[in-house]
Design a protein around this ligand. Structure first.
Ligand SMILES: Nc1ncnc2c1ncn2[C@@H]1O[C@H](COP(=O)(O)OP(=O)(O)O)[C@@H](O)[C@H]1O
Ligand SMILES: [Mg+2]
Length: 398
C-alpha cells in the first residue's frame, strides 16, 4: 500500500530536538570568561552569605539565558554536594509581556505550599504581593536566587530592583537570603534606572559580546554531531551558517536556526546531506520567520497600520502621507471591530516608531517655498509577509 507517508523512510536527523529553541546544551562553549565571572559572583551562596546581584547584558542570541541556566544548575549540584550549605532555591521568570504585579504574583505562586490557594489576580496590589513574597521566602528559608530574564521589558523595574535587594536590610525577611540575576538584551537598560537603584544594585555586570565565525562554528559543530546521523551535514554547510550569522550580529540562535531549516530544506528535496546551498535557501526562510515574529510583537494598532500600508502597496499607492495612512487605518481597525485611535498625532507617533524599528522607509518631502516639510512612508519589507502574518494572527484569535 502506498500513502502520503510511504516514501518518507529516511531522515537526516538523529535527534532533531538538539536544534530546537527549547534545547538546553549540557555544555556551554566559547564562554569561559563569562562563566568564570559568573561563578565568582555566585560564590557567596556556597558560604552562607547574601548573594551578589548579577546583571547580564548583550544582544539577543548570545547565550545569556543558556549560560544562566547552566550556572544555576551547576550551582544547585554543588550546593547539593556540600552538606553544610543551606538549601538553594532558584526561580526563573521571563518578564517579556508581564507587569511587575504579574511577576511578583508568579513568584509568590511558585513559593506557596502546594495546597494553598493562588495569590488573587484582582483585588490586591503589588505591595500586597511583595508582602506575601517576603512571608513565603522566610517560611521556606535558605538562599533564593531569582532570575529575571528579559528584565528590560518590565514596566516598573525601579520598584522591583529597589525593593528586593533591600528586603533583608529593611527587615522584611530574616530567615532567608535573596539574590537577583537580571538579564537584558538592551545595553541602555542600565541608564534607564533611577540613580538610587543604579548606585547600590549592580554589583556584578557581565557583558556578552557577539560570537565570531570561529566561535559559532564550534557551537554548531557540537550541535550537528548530536543532531544529525553520520555524514548528513557537510562541513561547508556549518561554515556557511556560522559565517552568515557572524556577519549579522554574531547570533547563535540564528546560526542554529539556519542549520535546522537548512536540514529541513535538504530533507524536503530528498537530499542526503545538508550543503551550503541548503543553508543559503534557509537564510531567506529564517529571515521571514524573524520578520513574522517582529510583526507579532507589535501592538494591535501598530499592526493595523502595517496592514494598511501593505494594502496601499498592493494598490501601488505608496509612498503615502500620514493622513492617507490614517484613513486606511480607520477602515482596517473598524473591520476588526476595534476603536481606531483618533488623532493624527497618534498615527504619526506609530509611524515614527515603525520607522525606527526598521519596518518602514521614510521619505522627507518639502512643499516648495510656501509649504512646510512632511514625510511619506512605505514598507521596508515584502507586503505579503505583513498580510500573511496578519491573516495567521486573526485566524489564531478566532
Ligand atoms: N556558548 C554557547 N554554547 C552552546 N550553545 C549556545 C551558546 N550560546 C548560545 N547557545 C545557544 O544559542 C541559542 C540562543 O542562546 P540564548 O541563551 O537563548 O541567547 P540569549 O538569551 O542571549 O538571547 C540557544 O539555543 C543556546 O542554547
Ligand atoms: Mg534569552
Amino acid at each position: 500500500m502506498s500513502g502520503p507517508f510511504s516514501d518518507l523512510t529516511d531522515t537526516l536527523f538523529a535527534d532533531k530536538s538538539v536544534l530546537s529553541e527549547s534545547y538546553q546544551p549540557e555544555e556551554i562553549l566559547e564562554r569561559d570568561e563569562e562563566i568564570e565571572a559568573f561563578s565568582h559572583a555566585l560564590q557567596d551562596v556556597l558560604f552562607g552569605r547574601e548573594p551578589e546581584n548579577i546583571f547580564l547584558y548583550g544582544k539577543a542570541g548570545l547565550g545569556k539565558t543558556a549560560v544562566t541556566k547552566y550556572m544555576m544548575s551547576e550551582l544547585q549540584s554543588e550546593v547539593f554536594e556540600r552538606e553544610e550549605v543551606d538549601d538553594l532555591h532558584v526561580h526563573e521568570i521571563n518578564c517579556n509581556g508581564k507587569t511587575l504585579f504579574m511577576v511578583v504574583r508568579r513568584l509568590v505562586n511558585e513559593l506557596l505550599p502546594a495546597d494553598a490557594s493562588p495569590f488573587p489576580k484582582r483585588g490586591l496590589g503589588t505591595g500586597d504581593a511583595f508582602d506575601e513574597l517576603y512571608a513565603q521566602l522566610d517560611r521556606i528559608g535558605g538562599t533564593h536566587l531569582i532570575v529575571f530574564d528579559e528584565i528590560d521589558h518590565l514596566d516598573d523595574v525601579d520598584t522591583l530592583l529597589y525593593e528586593l535587594p533591600r528586603a533583608r536590610s529593611n527587615g522584611h525577611i530574616t530567615e532567608s537570603l535573596v539574590g537577583i540575576v537580571g538579564i537584558s538584551n538592551n545595553y541602555t537598560f542600565r541608564q534607564s534606572l533611577s540613580a538610587k537603584v543604579k548606585d547600590t544594585l549592580m554589583e556584578t555586570e557581565i557583558s556578552f559580546s557577539p560570537y565570531d565565525a570561529g566561535e559559532l562554528r564550534t557551537i554548531l559543530h557540537d550541535r550537528a554531531d548530536r543532531a544529525f546521523v553520520d555524514g548528513a551535514c557537510d562541513e561547508s554547510a556549518i561554515a556557511k551558517a556560522a559565517a552568515l550569522s557572524a556577519q549579522d550580529m554574531g547570533n547563535a540562535r540564528q546560526a542554529i536556526d539556519l542549520l535546522r531549516v537548512g536540514a529541513e530544506v535538504a530533507e524536503r528535496d530528498g537530499d542526503e546531506t545538508v550543503t551550503d546551498d541548503h543553508i543559503e535557501d534557509a537564510r531567506t526562510l529564517v529571515q521571514r520567520g524573524r520578520l513574522r515574529n517582529k510583526i507579532r510583537d507589535q501592538t494591535e494598532h501598530a499592526q493595523y497600520i502595517l496592514e494598511t500600508i501593505a494594502k496601499l502597496e498592493e494598490r501601488n499607492e505608496v509612498p503615502a502621507r500620514s493622513k492617507e495612512i490614517q484613513e486606511g487605518y480607520e477602515r482596517v481597525a473598524e473591520a476588526y471591530g476595534a476603536t481606531p485611535l483618533t488623532t493624527l498625532k497618534s498615527i504619526q507617533d506609530h509611524l515614527s516608531d515603525l520607522h525606527m524599528l526598521g519596518f518602514l522607509v521614510r521619505h522627507e518631502r518639502n512643499k516648495g517655498l510656501s509649504g512646510g516639510q512632511y514625510y511619506e512612508y512605505e514598507l521596508d519589507l515584502d507586503p505579503m509577509i505583513v498580510l500573511e502574518t496578519r491573516e495567521e494572527i486573526v485566524q489564531a484569535a478566532d
